[in-house]
Ligand binder design. Structure first.
Ligand SMILES: [Zn+2]
Length: 222
């Protein structure tokens, strides 16, 4: 998903495309060079570069395969970024500290930018947590089901919450409030993107599009 999607309005339609078409796909009126009622808006991609994130939970396709996009079925891999964009992620061989490979993923902010004391200690917390015996292959074996990359992230988040005097999140609560809404957004965007690739544009009546996607934006600390 390299190109950015733009949205424009014409004759009571919302048209999604990669570039303004020569003529309106609905009414046939010439668009290029003519003045549109509203400027085309570009839709932000729901995928971000994890190495440019700070203290986020990151969700990415499991294999280093740049051709494959989120389609709702591919395996997901999760990790946590430190304040310098290094991604800590637990695998069979222990905790990896990746400086690349997480360029296209979903990021969930874990710390509000005004929580200076937490941010100041984040990298140290994350290092110390990662060095723990729980994640050392000599002590604990990786398990696809219950001791995996997500267990690492969730337990780290919970250890931070505990240090802040807050109660722990269950796996379900964490998945439902922080991961699924964002994954749904990715899947909607992917569907739209693929439709435009095949048909050059996607069009809906303006009325139908009134309920905008309002989810997201929340962080664990909000
Ligand atoms: Zn039109």
């Amino acid at each position: 998903m390299e190109r950015s999607v733009i949205r424009l309005s014409h004759c009571q339609k919302e048209i999604f495309c990669f570039s303004v078409p020569a003529e309106c796909p609905s009414c046939g009126e010439e668009l290029r060079g003519s003045r549109l009622q509203e400027a085309p808006v570009s839709l932000p991609s729901p995928l971000t570069n994890g190495h440019k994130s700070s203290s986020c939970l990151l969700v990415a396709p499991a294999h280093d395969n740049y051709d494959r996009d989120f389609d709702g079925t591919s395996d997901l891999h999760t990790g946590i970024s430190n304040t310098k964009g290094v991604v800590y992620n637990y695998t069979q061989g222990g905790v990896r500290r990746d400086q690349s490979g997480w360029e296209r993923c979903v990021s969930v902010p874990l710390v509000r930018p005004d929580m200076f004391h937490l941010l100041a200690q984040w990298d140290q917390y994350l290092d110390r947590f990662s060095d723990g015996p729980m994640w050392d292959p000599a002590w604990h074996r990786f398990n696809e089901e219950n001791h995996n990359c997500f267990s690492f992230c969730l337990q780290f988040v919970n250890s931070v919450l505990a240090a802040e005097g807050r109660s722990a999140l269950s796996r379900e609560a964490f998945t439902h409030s922080f991961i699924l809404p964002r994954m749904r957004r990715v899947s909607k965007y992917t569907t739209l993107y693929q439709h435009i690739q095949r048909h050059q544009y996607y069009m809906v009546d303006r009325e139908e599009d009134k309920q905008e996607d309002t989810q997201g934006g929340a962080s664990v600390n909000s």
